[in-house]
Design a protein around this ligand. Structure first.
Ligand code: HEM
Length: 476
C-alpha cells in the first residue's frame, strides 16, 4: 500500500490523524490497511483519497460510541441498491439496510424465529446433515475442511431458514443467494475504482436479482399455502404486531439477508476452529478429554452441550482471534463528533472486531490461541464482539452457537483432524468476512486422542502466533 501522511490542521495546531492513499487499499486487504492506520495514528484515523474519506474507529470506547447509537450511526450494508421497487432493491432491503423505527419493528418481528424455543426445532436438521456429512468422511483420507464446512452450512442454513419440509428447493435458493451476495461483493468494489468490466456486469447483477426474486417469491407463496411450517421463513410469515405482518417485499429482503449473514460466517468459524485445534495439540487434548468424559460418541443433546466448558472456551477464543465477521461499517445520519473529526451526514465509518480482539491491553499476547485465558477474563460487550453489539447485535447468535457447540463435538469424537505439513493456510477479509483464501486440506483419522501439530505456510502467521505450538502425544 503506497500511502503517506497528510497532516491537516484542525483547531489551532492539532494535526488530524489522516493518511492519504488509495481508498481501494482498504477492500484490497482490510486487515493490513487497518493495522497500518492504527500503527500510524492510534485508534481513530481516516484514509483520504482525492477529498473522499473512510473513517476508522478501533477499540471499546469507539465501538460503544458507534454501536450503541443507532440514531447517529446508520447501517447501510449493500453498496448497490437498484431503483425503487426493483428486485435488487427488495433483495438488499433486509435488517442490515434498515434504520430507526423500521429497523426496530422488523427486528422484533423476525426475532421470534431465532429465540431459544424456535431454534430447538432445528436440532434434528443440524444432526441429520452433520451425520450425513460424516458418513462421507473416511479415516486415512485428506479433505478440504473449509469446503466441507461451507457445503454443510449451505445445506443447513437453507433448510433451517427456508424449508425443513422441502430441502431441495431451499438448497437451490440458498445457492442462488450465495451467488447473488458474491456478485454484490465483486461489483460493490466498483464503488472504489473506475473499472469498465465491473460496470458492464452491473446489468448481469440486476438480471440475476430478478431471477432470484422470482424464486424467493414462489417459495414464500408455497410457505403461505402451508401455514404450519417450522422453518424460520414460515415463522416470519406468521409473525405480526398491531401494525400487521411483514410484507412480501420485506420478506424477500429478510430472507436474502438471513441467508447471507448466516451461511459463510458459521462455516468459516467451524473451519478456523478445526484448524486452530489441529495446530494446538494440548488444547485439543483437553477438549478430547472433556468430550470423552461427558458425551457418548454421537451427536450431543442440548443438556449435554450446556455442560462443556472447555468446548465453550475454545469457540470463544477461536471467534476472538479469527472473528468470521472482522469489521463492519456505519454511515452518519446527522452531524456528529467522532474523536477529533467533525463528521457531516453521510460519512462512512469502519469499526472492527478483528482490531479490537487483537488489542494487547485487552488480551495479553493477542496473537496466541489460548482458550484458558477465558478462565480469568470477562470482557465487556464492546471489548469482545464477534456477533456485534448494541441494538443491531446478531439475531442469529444463539443459533450459530447451537450449531458450533453440537457440530464440533460430533466431528471431533469421531475424527482426528491434522494439518498437512507445509500446506498453505491463508485468509483475507472479503466483504467483511474473514475467509480462508486457500484450500484447508486436513488429514482425517479415526479419533485416537494422540495429537500432533504440523508446520504450515501462509499469511495465517500474521494473524495467529503458531510458534508456540506444542506437540503433545497423549494416550487415549
Ligand atoms: C458464527 C456465525 C455468525 C457471526 C460471526 C455473525 C456476526 C454478526 C455480526 C458481527 C453482526 C452485526 C453487524 C453489524 O453490526 O453491522 C450480525 C448481524 C446479523 N446477523 Fe449474524 N452472525 C453469525 C450468524 C448468523 C446467523 C446464523 C444468522 C441467522 C439468521 C444471522 C443473522 C444476522 C442478522 C439478521 C443480522 C442483522 C441484525 C440487525 O441489523 O439488527 N447471523 N451478525
Amino acid at each position: 500500500m503506497s500511502t503517506h501522511n497528510l497532516v491537516l490542521t484542525h483547531g489551532i495546531d492539532e494535526p488530524l490523524p489522516v493518511t492519504r492513499g488509495r481508498l481501494f487499499d482498504f477492500p484490497d486487504d482490510p486487515i493490513a490497511c487497518m493495522k497500518k492506520l492504527q500503527a500510524r495514528h492510534g485508534n481513530i484515523a481516516a484514509l483520504e483519497d482525492e477529498g473522499q474519506r473512510i473513517y476508522f474507529a478501533f477499540g471499546p470506547h469507539f465501538n460503544h460510541q458507534i454501536l450503541s447509537d443507532g440514531t447517529t450511526y446508520h447501517s447501510q450494508f449493500f453498496a448497490i441498491r437498484g431503483s425503487r421497487k426493483s428486485p435488487q432493491r427488495n433483495l438488499s432491503s433486509g435488517l442490515l439496510s434498515m434504520n430507526g423505527e423500521q429497523h426496530k419493528r422488523q427486528r422484533r418481528l423476525v426475532m421470534d424465529a431465532f429465540l431459544k424455543k424456535a431454534i430447538l426445532n432445528y436440532v434434528p436438521t443440524i444432526r441429520k446433515l452433520t451425520e450425513e456429512m460424516l458418513s462421507e468422511w473416511k479415516p486415512g483420507t485428506e479433505r478440504d475442511i473449509n469446503r466441507d464446512m461451507t457445503d454443510l452450512m449451505l445445506r443447513m442454513t437453507s433448510t433451517i431458514l427456508f424449508g425443513i419440509d422441502d430441502a431441495d428447493m431451499a438448497y437451490r435458493i440458498g445457492h442462488m443467494i450465495d451467488h447473488w451476495v458474491h456478485m454484490n461483493h465483486e461489483l460493490g468494489m466498483g464503488a472504489f475504482v473506475a473499472n469498465q468490466d465491473i460496470a458492464n456486469r452491473y446489468g448481469e447483477l440486476l438480471e440475476y436479482a430478478g431471477l432470484l426474486q422470482t424464486e424467493i417469491k414462489a417459495m414464500i407463496g408455497q410457505r403461505k399455502s402451508n401455514p404450519n411450517g417450522s422453518d424460520a421463513l414460515s415463522l416470519m410469515i406468521s409473525a405480526h404486531d398491531s401494525e400487521g405482518s411483514i410484507s412480501d417485499e420485506e420478506l424477500i429482503g429478510q430472507a436474502a439477508l438471513m441467508f447471507g449473514a448466516a451461511h459463510l460466517t458459521t462455516a468459516h468459524t467451524l473451519a478456523w476452529t478445526l484448524f486452530l485445534l489441529a495446530e494446538h495439540p494440548s488444547v485439543m487434548s483437553e477438549l478430547h478429554q472433556e468430550l470423552k468424559t461427558n458425551l457418548s460418541g454421537g451427536f450431543p443433546s442440548i443438556e449435554q452441550v450446556e455442560r462443556l466448558p472447555c468446548t465453550e472456551r475454545v469457540i470463544k477464543e477461536s471467534m476472538r482471534i479469527l472473528p468470521a465477521s472482522s469489521y463492519s461499517q456505519r454511515m452518519t445520519a446527522v452531524p456528529t463528533q467522532l474523536g477529533p473529526f467533525a463528521l457531516a451526514p453521510g460519512a462512512g465509518i469502519v469499526f472492527s472486531q478483528f482490531m479490537t480482539h487483537h488489542m494487547p491491553e485487552l488480551y495479553p499476547n493477542p496473537e496466541e490461541f489460548r482458550p484458558e485465558r477465558w478462565l480469568t477474563i470477562n470482557p465487556s460487550p464492546y471489548e469482545y464482539l464477534p456477533f456485534g453489539a448494541g441494538p443491531r447485535m446478531c439475531i442469529g447468535a444463539p443459533l450459530a452457537m447451537l450449531i458450533l457447540k453440537t457440530v464440533l463435538p460430533t466431528i471431533l469424537q469421531q475424527f482426528k483432524v491434522t494439518a498437512i505439513p507445509m500446506s498453505e493456510v491463508s485468509g483475507k477479509v472479503i466483504s467483511t468476512m474473514l475467509c480462508p483464501t486457500t484450500e484447508m486440506i486436513m488429514r482425517l483419522d479415526a479419533q485416537d486422542g494422540r495429537f500432533e501439530s504440523q508446520p504450515v505456510r501462509g499469511n495465517i502467521h500474521e494473524m495467529v502466533d503458531l510458534r508456540e505450538v506444542r506437540t503433545v502425544r497423549k494416550a487415549a
